[in-house]
Design a binder for this molecule. Structure first.
Ligand code: HEC
Length: 252
């Protein structure tokens, strides 16, 4: 076989791999929601948070009471998968799929020793020292848990509400909105809480509404348009209430 032939064959293989739809990809193109810079910044802040919580067994025990390790690792896993699926993934100076797997592995850690060991692997991946062997494909409904995601959405919504009052840190507030929009991708895919299958379209509609409003809100916040940002925030929060009333609390 000529070298030229082998080369062409490789090009064909590589491009056909590119054309194959990644069936497990997020339900919306990440590039329409977030930049890699946003995603990396969010990951950095969660890795810092994990470092603080894992200083010693006491801080771990405290964090564990509120399942904060699981929650932060779930956010990292979603942001990392978003980088994997982002056309500018190369801008991150770590292998995002490795980081995702390390974060997913940390989530269920029960003891301090176990978590301390798993976080070493996570930090290694975060600092770009991992092998890069993890597969790009991931199931969005396996990256975080519904309860943890909701807690993250809840506490971050309060932060956003405070930030919106004077909008002194528009970049930070916009990134909070973007992070929630990315988490809402996992929300749309994770339908296990929908017990009446007739409600699946409503679940999808509300997840999409939430994501769309938070994405639009991030843009309005960056443009420092408080009125518009508030409108999107209100519309997004309607989705919370509607989903809780009509789906989560159905028959209760
Ligand atoms: C598409 C549906 C849907 C949307 C939208 C939604 N939620 Fe939820 N939420 C749920 C479900 C289902 C649960 C129950 C999860 C569980 O118990 O694991 C839940 C649980 C919660 C909880 C309790 C968490 C826990 O520890 O179990 C809080 C707090 C919460 N949601 C806040 C919010 C806020 C705030 C918003 C919007 C900013 C929101 N949710 C949007 C479906 C939704």
């Amino acid at each position: 076989m000529s070298r030229r032939y082998v080369f062409n064959l490789c090009v064909i293989c590589a491009s056909s791999m590119f054309l194959l739809p990644a069936w497990s990809a997020a339900p919306q193109k990440i590039v329409e929601i977030a930049t890699v810079d946003d995603l990396v910044a969010e990951i950095n802040s969660k890795v810092d948070f994990l470092n603080q919580q894992l200083v010693n067994a006491d801080s771990f025990a405290k964090a564990q009471e509120k399942k904060e390790i699981n929650q932060a690792a779930g956010v990292i896993a979603c942001m990392a998968q978003a980088i994997v699926e982002h056309p500018d993934a190369a801008k991150a100076n770590f292998k995002a799929a490795d980081l995702r797997d390390a974060a997913v592995a940390l989530r269920p850690a029960k003891s301090f020793d176990e978590a301390a060991k798993l976080v070493v692997a996570l930090k290694e991946a975060h600092s770009g020292k991992s092998a890069g062997t993890a597969k790009p494909d991931a199931e969005w409904n396996k990256l975080t848990g519904m309860g943890r995601m909701m807690e993250e959405i809840n506490s971050r919504s309060s932060t956003i509400r405070r930030g919106l009052r004077r909008l002194q840190k528009p970049e930070e507030t916009a990134r909070d909105c973007t992070t929630l929009a990315v988490l809402a991708l996992a929300m749309e895919i994770d339908t296990h809480e929908v017990h009446d299958k007739d409600q699946l379209p409503l679940w999808k509609e509300l997840s999409v509404k939430y994501r769309t409003e938070m994405t639009a809100m991030a843009k309005a916040v960056r443009a420092k348009d408080i009125t518009k940002a508030t409108e999107h925030f209100t519309a997004a929060n309607e989705a919370c209430n509607k989903c809780h009333e009509q789906i989560r609390d159905k028959g209760k």
